[in-house]
Ligand binder design. Structure first.
Ligand SMILES: [Cu+2]
Length: 355
C-alpha cells in the first residue's frame, strides 16, 4: 500500500514537473519568430483588425443584474468591447459579455423562468445570446440585438447542468472566438447524490484564443493560447478572465482530506478538452452536470466544445496538484492550473513548484 502511494506521488511529481517546465518554457523562452508574431498580432489588434468603430473603446466591466421573484429570474447582461489580458503583455480588444471573457457566471435553479435582457453597448455590430440551458426556438429567442439597443427574451431552464452560453450572431465563430462565451449553471432541485461529501467547489472554464479578429485564422489556424479561467462561486474566490497565467498565479485551495468539486465547461470555440487533475482519480463525475449522468473512477474527462461536467476528487496529501487539458500541445499553450492543498486549507504563500 505504502509502495503504491509512493509510486503515485513520484509519478504525479514527475508529470507535474514536466508540465511546469513545458509551460514555463513556452512563456519565458519565446523564440524571436514567436516574439515577432506576438508583436505583429498585438500591433494588428491595435490597428488593422480592430474595426474602426471599436478603436479606442475599452468599457469597464459591468456587473450582471439579477433579480429573483419566486421562480421568475430577471437577468440583464451587456454586450461590450473591453480589453482582456490574454497573456502577460498581450491585451486583446475582446467582444465580451459584461467586460469579461469568459463572461460572468450565471446560476439559476431547475424550473426557473428566465427573463433575459441583452443591452448591446457595441456601437457597430449586433450581438445576441444563446443559452444552451434552455429549450426554445432560436429564431425567436436567440435573435440579434442591434447596436445601442436592448432585447428581452423569456424561456425556462428545465434541465440541470453546467451549460455554455455564447453570442450566436453571424459569423458566430468570430463572435465566440473574440470572447463572447460563458457558463450558466442550472442547479438540480434534488441536488447531486454526493452533495454532502463535498468540501470545496470551484468553477473552471477552458477557452482558446486566435489571432486578433482574424476569421481565417479562427477557421483554419491553430489557437495561439489555450487557457483556463475561474469564476467565483463563493465569496472570496477569484474571478478571472481567460489569461494564460490566471490560475497559475491564483491556485485553487483545498485542505488535506477535502473532497473537491469542479464545475467545468469548455467554451472552445474549436478545440475539445481532455480535463485531468494530476495526482488524482475522479471519484465522481456528472457529465454535463446532470445528476443522472453519474460516472465513477475516471482519470480524464473529455469535454466537447460547449460540453460541461462536474468532477469530484479527494486530496489526501499536502501538495500542489496541477490540472490540465491532457492534450499536451494545448497545456503548453497555457491550459494549466493548480490546486494547492495545505493542512489548514489556506494558502501558505509559498511559490508553486517550478514557478
Ligand atoms: Cu456577438
Amino acid at each position: 500500500m505504502l509502495r503504491n502511494i509512493r509510486i503515485q506521488v513520484v509519478t504525479a511529481l514527475s508529470i507535474s514537473v514536466l508540465m511546469l517546465s513545458a509551460c514555463s518554457e513556452s512563456q519565458t523562452k519565446v523564440s524571436p519568430e514567436v516574439e515577432n508574431t506576438i508583436d505583429a498580432v498585438h500591433a494588428k489588434s491595435e490597428t488593422s483588425n480592430v474595426i474602426k468603430p471599436h478603436q479606442g473603446i475599452n468599457l469597464q466591466p459591468t456587473p450582471v443584474k439579477m433579480e429573483r421573484r419566486g421562480t421568475e429570474v430577471f437577468i440583464s447582461m451587456t454586450a461590450q468591447i473591453t480589453d482582456i489580458e490574454v497573456e502577460e503583455g498581450y491585451t486583446y480588444k475582446a467582444w465580451t459579455f459584461n467586460g469579461e471573457a469568459p463572461g460572468p457566471l450565471v446560476i439559476v435553479n431547475e424550473g426557473d423562468t428566465i427573463h433575459f435582457t441583452l443591452e448591446n453597448k457595441d456601437p457597430a455590430i449586433p450581438h445576441s445570446m444563446d443559452f444552451h440551458a434552455v429549450q426554445t426556438a432560436p429564431n425567436k429567442s436567440f435573435t440579434d440585438v442591434a447596436p445601442n439597443e436592448e432585447g428581452t427574451f423569456t424561456y425556462q431552464a428545465m434541465k440541470p447542468g453546467v451549460f455554455m452560453y455564447h453570442c450566436g450572431t453571424a459569423p458566430m465563430l468570430a463572435h465566440i472566438a473574440n470572447g463572447m462565451h460563458g457558463v450558466i449553471i442550472v442547479q438540480p432541485n434534488d441536488g447531486y447524490p454526493t452533495d454532502k461529501e463535498v468540501d470545496k467547489e470551484y468553477v473552471v472554464i477552458q477557452n482558446e484564443w486566435y489571432k486578433y479578429n482574424d476569421l481565417d485564422d479562427m477557421t483554419n489556424g491553430e489557437p495561439s493560447q489555450v487557457v483556463f479561467s475561474t469564476k467565483a462561486l463563493h465569496e472570496g474566490q477569484a474571478n478571472t478572465n481567460g489569461t494564460v497565467t490566471a490560475i497559475k498565479n491564483k491556485p485553487l485551495l483545498a485542505k488535506v482530506g477535502d473532497k473537491v468539486r469542479i464545475y467545468l465547461n469548455n467554451v472552445g470555440p474549436n478545440e475539445i478538452s481532455s480535463f485531468h487533475v494530476v495526482g488524482t482519480i475522479f471519484d465522481d463525475v456528472y457529465l454535463d452536470g446532470n445528476p443522472e449522468n453519474h460516472f465513477e473512477g475516471m482519470q480524464t474527462v473529455i469535454l466537447p466544445v460547449s460540453g460541461g461536467a462536474i468532477v469530484e476528487f479527494t486530496v489526501n496529501e499536502e501538495g500542489v496538484y496541477p490540472f490540465v487539458t491532457h492534450q499536451m500541445n494545448h497545456a503548453a499553450k497555457g491550459a494549466v492550473g493548480h490546486i494547492k492543498v495545505t493542512v489548514d486549507g489556506n494558502d501558505d504563500g509559498q511559490a508553486l513548484q517550478g514557478n
